[in-house]
Design a protein around this ligand. Structure first.
Ligand SMILES: *[C@@H]1O[C@H](CO)[C@@H](O)[C@H](O)[C@H]1NC(C)=O
Ligand SMILES: *[C@@H]1O[C@H](CO)[C@@H](O)[C@H](O)[C@H]1NC(C)=O
Ligand SMILES: *[C@@H]1O[C@H](CO)[C@@H](O)[C@H](O)[C@H]1NC(C)=O
Length: 511
């Protein structure tokens, strides 16, 4: 689904952050926008009906046998996290100056930028000023680094590798976002190529550090190569991503509360009058203590961009076409293809109904605890309800936490995403209905911890859903067969691929 990555360049024009105004918004995060979708226009759908009724009927009556195996953790795959003695950290004798970066994109894109910023500062023997996060026009969250990540933990974990400062020395009081936004500045680096080499930074940024003592790099997303990097630099990037970056305590606390509720909530809502306060030791009650996190990005933006038909009839088709016209002036590569062509190539995001059928076919029964990591679903409850009929024990942030508990994160896309990330990392099984930054971040982090992650075989599913004569047993067999090796089996990183998605071998040591 590479097309998704190159698409949304229109957003560059709408950028709020001063830097990104000047440059194309190359790699937008695919994380679900929260407040961006316009208020739903009711006439837009004729309440989308299930598209795969035959399969759905069988799925609702399914008998499952293979549940035990599904929940089994992955066996050791021969890789472990490296110990410090494998690659001992070293601090430069003298700092060569300060590196300052401004990061755009959603939470997961910024996360990679933070890791790369640490690496670049290290390459240059410089100190790093805490990375500054730009406000994304889609996600509209002005949260800063320290609102999302535990900044003291960050500095402390990396203290033997690099010096990181929360504030710039007084000499550099002038080095602000506004300063760089208002004129061309000699110490601003804005020409870092995508996937620049370590040498590029040494040749182009070291002299700036020498002259000015500080270099501000923006844009900085995807500006450090994954290949031909010194081993210690790769290792440091991984250490940042998998060890130094943890969320602020209130996100972790809320996440822990959600996780414990997911694990030990009674299966019958009604049987607990005070269900938001169910405590951990009521585990005797119900549930096997296991849960699946489903990341479902199915918002209007993605639906429109995919140019697929999602069964909402003429009204929906027109609404999506109009959206494509307004946002991309109709220039959407996928719209050259028919729905059938797109589906058979696996280029259509799975609808809630389809991801439900996939999970059912894999063997999850109606007692499966499902946590929906998702913000807005295009088509709303009409679409969600089909998924809920297959998995009645489906929960999300709203159903699991009171509005008081959610007060700190309300309306803050990055914090909501952080919470979903945290819960996702603690799930027995994670599955994403569409590729994107969240999916990649999770796949990488869960690989690092050898946790189970199901990767939907989009092309296979597209073809299966097109075949209207398929019976449930046939569908099920094909799904099971087609996902045998897509449940967390290790994949080695190939050249050009991200170490944050494929942490083996760069980030890990053989066991
Ligand atoms: C950084 O420091 C190391 C060791 O002190 C040195 O070998 C290297 O050349 C320095 N690099 C830069 C860009 O200053
Ligand atoms: C699950 O399905 C069985 C029958 O297949 C039904 O008896 C049971 O009530 C269902 N459970 C839930 C939570 O819907
Ligand atoms: C649909 O599935 C049936 C049963 O597996 C198969 O015989 C048929 O060839 C498939 N049709 C298409 C168009 O692939």
């Amino acid at each position: 689904m590479r097309h998704l990555h190159t698409s949304h360049s229109h957003r560059g024009g709408a950028m709020v952050g001063a830097f990104v105004l000047l440059l194309p918004f190359l790699f937008p995060s695919l994380f679900t926008p929260l407040s961006h979708a316009s208020p739903s226009i009711l006439s837009e759908w004729n309440a989308p009906k299930p598209r795969h009724l035959r399969l759905l009927k069988s799925a609702l009556q399914r008998q499952t046998s293979n549940e035990q195996q599904l929940w089994m953790p992955l066996a050791n795959q021969g890789w472990k996290t490296c110990s410090e003695s494998d690659i001992p950290p070293t601090l430069p004798e003298k700092s060569q100056g300060y590196i300052q970066v401004f990061l755009d994109g959603g939470l997961n894109q910024q996360r990679m930028g933070i890791c790369d910023a640490v690496a670049v500062a290290k390459i240059l023997n410089a100190s790093l000023f805490i990375p500054q996060l730009e406000v994304n026009p889609v996600w509209q969250d002005s949260s800063m680094f320290m609102d999302i990540f535990d900044v003291d933990h960050f500095i402390n974990v990396l203290k033997d590798d690099i010096s990181i400062v929360k504030e710039l020395p007084d000499d550099f009081y002038w080095s602000t976002r506004e300063y760089y936004a208002t004129a061309i500045r000699a110490n601003r680096v804005k020409t870092a190529p995508v996937h620049a080499s370590a040498n590029w930074y040494i040749e182009n940024v070291s002299p700036i550090l020498k002259s000015y003592g500080i270099a501000a790099i923006a844009p900085f997303s995807h500006r450090l190569a994954f290949d031909n990097m010194p081993k210690d630099i790769q290792h440091l990037r991984c250490k940042v991503n998998f060890q130094a970056l943890v969320f602020v305590p209130h996100i972790r606390a809320l996440g822990d509360a959600l996780i414990s509720r997911l694990k030990y909530l009674p299966t019958e809502r009604e049987s607990s009058t005070n269900y938001l306060n169910v405590v951990t030791d009521s585990r005797s009650k119900q549930g096997n203590g296991k849960f699946v996190v489903l990341h479902l990005r199915f918002d209007k933006d993605m639906a429109a961009h995919s140019a697929c038909d999602f069964g909402g009839g003429k009204a929906e088709k027109l609404a999506l076409a109009k959206y494509r016209q307004v946002i991309w002036q109709g220039r959407v590569l996928n719209s050259q293809f028919t729905d059938e062509e797109l589906r058979s190539q696996g280029r259509c995001p799975l609808t809630p109904e389809e991801i439900g059928l996939l999970l059912a076919a894999l063997g999850f029964d109606n007692s499966t605890r499902l946590y929906l990591a998702s913000h807005k679903v295009y088509g709303g409850e009409a679409r969600i309800s089909t998924l809920r009929s297959l998995f009645p024990l489906m929960e999300d942030k709203k159903s699991l936490a009171s509005s008081e508990e959610r007060a700190h994160i309300k309306g803050k896309a990055s914090l909501l995403a952080a919470l979903d990330y945290y819960v996702g990392m603690h799930s027995d099984i994670f599955i994403s209905a569409s590729p994107g930054n969240m999916h990649n971040a999770m796949v990488g982090h869960r690989t690092y911890l050898n946790l189970k992650t199901i990767r939907p075989n989009m092309a296979l599913l597209g073809q299966l859903f097109l075949n209207k004569s398929l019976t449930w047993p046939e569908f099920q067999e094909a799904v099971v067969e087609g996902h045998k090796n897509r449940q967390g089996q290790l994949r080695l990183r190939k050249p050009k691929k991200s170490i944050y998605t494929y942490p083996v071998p760069d980030c890990m040591c053989s066991a």
